[in-house]
Design a protein around this ligand. Structure first.
Ligand code: ADP
Length: 638
């Protein structure tokens, strides 16, 4: 009998079907595993979805389903006990999680379906968004306000305007009941009300600045809320009863301020602060927001910067005013000095014309008188008159020279003169005095010293006479030598000193004159003062011989005018002195054709008229000789 068709016979495992099932199970498991990954991604990205844990549960359920499919890959053929256990655990877990998911869904589906819940969720979400938007708007607003305030504050560089503008702008921007500024007092012990927006705090109020609340404000870099009953915020108001408003205070650093009566601040290096107090409207409704506090803090800093700029400007303006005053004073002083110079010039003119003429007359007439018959007493008296007149004339000449040298009105002459003759002349003048003092004199003119030169002969002779006269004056029974030479251009640099740079151009030469004596000498420390006018060395041993102390000062100026240099050397007291000087002179050519060019080289030079005539033309006439003979050197020393 054929087996019954109703019962399907045990179907032997067909290789192909099993293969298809294998592949299908694998893909099912793959899909099951990928879905939870997508769910995890969804949960992470959607911040607003409220039932995340259900999704997680759902994910676990799918993973477990996938796992059962996956494990079943091993169950198509005969399988081990381990596979059976794993399969059982997976199925049990799947059953548990799927039941839990089903129950959870039963619980939350009505919730999800309820419109109210959805509304709530959306509302909450909208509120969140609004809050975020509001924050952004407020931040933008704060930035704009700060920029606007900063612009307003910085548009002026007057401190009071800056502070006033700050209070007005803050009051407007933050809709304040009152905004006030407390400044430290002169001694820094109290804070004084200096500016107020609506004058609700009585003007002139003071608060001791050692109050804990003020210390707290000083120590905080940011605006802080302070109690409304704090002395800084005590306002007078017409409103009977009101809810105390919120008050904030912020410190305003004071940099380089000098006009806010903090000059006598005990420690200038210590930072000093003003305090700005901001009071909200009295209805007590409004509260300070964080962004408003930030705005107040930033504005306080901006005010500090603007104040420091204003202070710097004020200081520079003060300095400018001071300079203007100083300039004015200098101008007045200059005018006075000019007037003094005019007065002196007038005096010098009088001296020149009115004093020298009678002086010369006295000298000339006394000299003439001396040549007449006189008894010894009369002679002695006339000699004294002559000596005193000579002294006075020499002094007048010196003072005149010095003044003209100082105001620059003295100009050197450029004339051709007998250089050798000049020294011979000096010897002639000095010899008689030297012989009275038992002092021997020697003159040594170098062979290459030109016979003639171009320069200011009168001034040169004055220098030589002064130096040689000093040598004779300070030497008793000794020796004085005069050495005149020409300085070789090759060795010019050897004579260079910090204050003297010898330079020569064509047609010029340096004359070196050295006057050496074996007299009283000069102390080393006195040498630097010798060329200073009216200063005679205090330690000089030759106190017995007095003078005005201007001879060498004049010589130095003449020497400098002649492009030269003068200096003194001495071995010390009693060891003699050497005074030497260099002056620049013009060469007088021997060649007659070249001599014709002299006026071009030295426009002021007078032509040489021969050695014989020179003396006559040198204007050294009889009384001049006598005046010359009365030069300070010998007369004063006698
Ligand atoms: P005065 O016009 O009074 O002579 P000087 O300016 O000529 O003054 O000289 C200044 C001082 O320098 C003299 O008072 C003297 O003390 C000192 N002195 C100048 N030359 C010599 C010298 N050859 N020997 C010693 N002392 C001198």
């Amino acid at each position: 009998m054929d087996p019954c068709d109703c019962f399907e016979t045990q179907w032997p495992a067909d290789e192909l079907l099993i293969k298809y099932q294998y592949i299908s199970d694998f893909f099912i498991a793959f899909a099951y595993f990928s879905i939870p990954l997508e769910l995890i991604y969804f949960v992470q990205k959607s911040a607003f979805f409220p039932y995340r844990w259900v999704l997680m549960q759902f994910g676990a359920f799918i993973v477990l389903c996938g796992a059962t499919h996956f494990i079943s890959l091993w169950t198509f053929t005969s399988h081990s006990k381990t596979v059976a256990i794993v399969m059982t655990v997976a199925k049990l877990s799947t059953a548990f999680v799927s039941c839990m998911t089903a129950l959870t869904l039963v619980h939350i589906i009505p919730d999800l379906l309820s419109v109210k819940t959805r509304e709530l969720i959306l509302k909450q979400r909208a509120e969140d968004l609004d809050r975020e938007k509001g924050l952004i708007i407020k931040q933008e607003e704060s930035g704009r306000h700060v920029r606007m305030l900063t612009h307003e504050i910085r548009s002026t560089l007057d401190r009071h305007t800056i502070l006033k503008t700050t209070l007005i702008e803050l009051g407007r921007t933050l809709d304040l009941e009152e905004c006030a500024l407390w400044m430290p007092s002169r001694k820094g012990m109290i804070l004084q009300l200096s500016h107020s927006l609506h004058n609700l705090i009585p003007f002139g109020s003071t608060v001791p600045n050692n109050l804990p609340i003020i210390t707290e404000v000083f120590n905080s870099a940011k605006a802080i809320t302070i109690p409304p009953n704090c002395p800084l915020a005590r306002i007078r108001t017409s409103v009977g009863s009101y809810i105390p408003p919120e008050v904030v205070a912020v410190r305003v650093p004071l940099l380089h301020l000098s006009n806010f009566e903090i000059d006598n601040w005990p420690d200038h290096s210590a930072k000093s602060y003003a305090v700005m107090v901001l009071i909200l409207p009295l209805n007590g409704v409004r509260k300070w927001c964080d962004h408003e506090l930030d705005l107040v803090t930033v504005v306080a800093d901006q005010v500090a910067v603007a104040l420091s700029h204003a202070a710097i400007l004020e200081e520079s303006m003060r300095a400018r005013d001071q300079l203007t005053d100083q300039n004015f004073a200098l101008n007045v002083a200059r005018q006075e000095a000019e007037m003094a110079i005019h007065a002196r010039n007038d005096f010098l003119a009088v001296m020149n014309h009115e004093m020298r003429t009678p002086m010369h007359a006295i000298i000339a007439l006394s000299s003439l008188l001396l040549e007449t018959e006189l008894n010894p007493d009369q002679r002695a008296m006339i000699e004294t008159i002559l000596k005193s007149s000579n002294l006075l004339a020499a002094l007048v000449n010196d003072v005149l020279d010095l003044s003209r040298l100082e105001d620059g009105s003295l100009e050197l002459e450029h004339e051709v003169f007998d250089l050798h003759g000049l020294f011979t002349e000096v010897m002639k003048l000095i010899n008689p005095i030297a012989s009275v003092k038992n002092t021997s004199m020697a003159l040594n003119c170098d062979l290459d010293l030109p016979a003639f030169a171009i320069g200011d002969e009168k001034r040169l002779i004055q220098i030589v006479l002064n130096v040689v006269g000093n040598a004779v004056k300070f030497t008793k029974g000794g020796h004085v030598s005069i050495q005149a030479s020409i300085l070789s251009p090759e060795y010019l640099q050897e004579w260079q000193t910090p204050e003297f740079f010898p330079t020569l151009s064509d047609g010029l030469f340096y004359l070196l004159v050295q006057v050496k004596d074996s007299g009283s000498g000069i102390k080393q420390q006195d040498i630097p003062h010798i060329f200073t006018k009216f200063s005679e060395p205090r330690s000089a041993s030759n106190r017995s011989v007095s003078g005005a102390g201007i001879g060498l000062a004049i010589c130095k100026r003449f020497v400098i005018l002649m492009g030269g240099h003068i200096w003194v050397e001495s071995g010390g007291l009693g060891k003699g002195t050497t005074v030497a000087f260099l002056v620049r002179l013009g060469h007088y050519p021997n060649d007659p054709t070249m001599q014709k060019l002299v006026p071009q080289m030295f426009p002021k030079a007078r032509p040489h008229q021969g050695s014989g005539e020179l003396i006559q033309h040198r204007q050294f006439e009889r009384e001049d000789y006598k005046v010359a003979a009365s030069f300070p050197l010998y007369n004063r020393s006698m």
